[in-house]
Design a protein around this ligand. Structure first.
Ligand code: URA
Length: 208
């Protein structure tokens, strides 16, 4: 699938297996979500632009690099929140913007209930964070909001995706790269990914 990047890294595969395990407790689950988010972000940001800079070492001047672009992290509530700390560890000056969406049970469409984005975009790259790309409805709606805000470079970073969610994203936003740990088989009738890991929000926040 074009523009879909499942990780090939053995560390990611190992950690996702632990994440799926129904016996993994919320504390360990949160730790794994943070670690996997950092590993996937490392891969997802390999094409970020840099400017050259010089740095004085204790011995002499060395040529260096600095990230050129302002990065925004946009966790999809609520499960995406657990990914923020892992990514922030890598890029502490990233801004975190929250956009709240819920699914209208009658129309099945995402409805925006929280959005405090300023009029002008303050970042040039946004990483949308959601461990589970299931139907894809929230991811598509979040990209819609970010494009309207004026962000030109948007990437999706998730842990497990269903083919249904990937297809919806590619239908609406084919230029947005999708970085994942793994692509699973399908959605069940209740919208859960199979084999998946259950409800990623409940498993992080101990509400299951
Ligand atoms: N959200 C989850 O937390 N889990 C799924 O399987 C699908 C959506």
């Amino acid at each position: 699938m074009a523009n879909v990047h499942p990780s090939q890294h053995p560390l990611v595969a190992h950690k996702v297996t632990l994440l799926r395990d129904q016996n993994t407790e919320p504390k360990k689950f949160r730790e794994l979500v943070r670690e996997i988010a950092a590993l996937l972000t490392y891969e997802a940001t390999a094409d970020l632009s840099t400017t050259t800079s010089q740095v004085q070492t204790p011995l002499e001047i060395a040529e260096g690099a600095q990230l050129k672009e302002k990065i925004g992290l946009v966790p999809i509530l609520r499960a995406g929140l657990g990914m923020v700390e892992g990514v922030w560890g890598l890029m502490p000056s990233a801004e975190v913007w929250h956009i709240g969406l819920y699914r209208d049970e009658r129309t099945l469409k995402p409805v925006e209930y929280y959005n405090k984005l300023p009029i002008e975009p303050t970042v040039s790259v946004c990483l949308i964070l959601d461990p589970m790309l299931a139907t894809g409805g929230s991811a598509v709606a979040t990209v819609d909001v970010l494009k309207r805000w004026g962000v030109r470079k948007i990437k999706f970073v998730g842990i497990i995706a269903a083919p249904e969610g990937i297809h919806l994203m590619q239908e609406h936003h084919p230029e947005v790269p999708i970085h994942l740990a793994v692509i699973d088989e399908r959605l069940n009738d209740s919208g859960y990914i199979l084999p998946g890991l259950g409800d990623a929000g409940d498993r992080q926040f101990g509400t299951g």
